[in-house]
Design a protein around this ligand. Structure first.
Ligand SMILES: N[C@@H](CCC[C@H](N)C(=O)O)C(=O)O
Length: 304
């Protein structure tokens, strides 16, 4: 029993009082837990859009002590059954309804969409076509290409649009605001400040005039050369609505875009190492931007 999780009767999935062997079967909200480079999610199957998600329910599911625990919730709903995605139903059958762990809604989640695709595939809810598997999000349609170990997603083209700063404790770091469908501030560390020394337990202070809806803040330092890519950086992130996480896919996209630009490159790949692993960001000759990394499902259960 997850004591901190509360949902109303209409949100329950009743699987029957007794299994065929006579044992009691739990009534409750079905979920799967998954992660991409340690950015972890509670996945809620809701194909017909019957679940009433509330900020309170999301926050209690994501509670790491009283709930299942996660950086966010991915509700798996048919585009046709969700008011924000119905217009995309002809292009993408499924809509990723993403929520941060504090119960706020975000436009996009780069790790989340890869985990979402893993969920669709493992549950035989979708089959990728020759051009990949489209998924509707609040930031538009992303297309996933499934590899042996990783899932690559064609993302929104990142757009750098302003200079700004983030303040962490006594340190103020200049950065670049980047729109990846959701807002980011990419701050390169200088003057011997080590990435590991930052205290990201508290939200970095940013300029609310530049980021009226909040922002995900990435801190970056250079990495050692890595074969097969044009650059390698190390990143930590404080996510809007979730706090410090082990990884952020859209954050890596923003960081990769700034790293390529700083190298004077319009195309190429950047390895972005986050505390939870490695993501690869690529800008290709066709002008498309890709995010690649692992996506793993770890458990399925019922919140009683
Ligand atoms: N972890 C995600 C980003 C999730 C949304 C973000 N916290 C926001 O509020 O914009 C990713 O992998 O991109």
């Amino acid at each position: 029993m997850m004591g901190g999780v509360r949902f109303t009767k209409g949100q329950r999935v009743t699987e029957g009082q007794r299994a065929t062997d006579g044992s009691r079967v739990t009534e409750g909200l079905r979920f799967t837990k998954g992660h991409g480079t340690g950015n972890d999610f509670v996945i809620l199957p809701d194909p017909d859009g019957e679940l009433t998600l509330t900020p309170e329910l999301v926050a209690s599911l994501c509670d790491r002590r009283r709930g299942i625990g996660g950086d966010g919730v991915l509700r798996v709903v048919r585009s046709a059954k969700h008011p924000e995605a119905a217009g995309s139903a002809g292009q993408a059958e499924w809509f990723m309804d993403y929520w941060n762990s504090d119960g706020s809604i975000a436009e996009m989640c780069g790790n989340g969409v890869r985990v979402f695709v893993r969920y669709l595939l493992e549950n035989e809810l979708a089959t990728p076509g020759p051009a990949g598997l489209p998924v509707a999000t609040r930031a538009g349609i992303m297309v996933a290409v499934v590899g042996a170990e990783t899932i690559r997603v064609r993302m929104t083209t990142p757009r750098a649009y302003a200079g700004s700063t983030a303040t962490v404790g006594p340190l103020t770091v200049p950065g670049v605001a980047v729109d990846c469908g959701n807002p980011h501030l990419v701050c390169g560390l200088h003057d011997g400040v080590a990435l590991g020394s930052l205290d990201l337990t508290r939200e970095p202070l940013v300029d609310p005039a530049v980021f009226p809806h909040g922002v995900n803040v990435e801190f970056v330092e250079p990495g050692e050369p890595v074969d097969g890519v044009d650059g390698h950086v190390l990143m930590r992130v404080h996510e809007r609505g979730s706090g410090e996480t082990l990884s952020c896919g859209t954050g890596a996209l923003a960081v990769g875009a700034v790293a390529l630009r700083d190298r004077g490159l319009e195309t190429g790949s950047i390895a972005v190492d986050v505390p939870g692993g490695r993501l690869i960001v690529t800008a290709d000759e066709a002008g498309d931007w890709w995010l690649e990394g692992p996506a793993v499902l770890v458990a399925t259960g019922t919140v009683s």
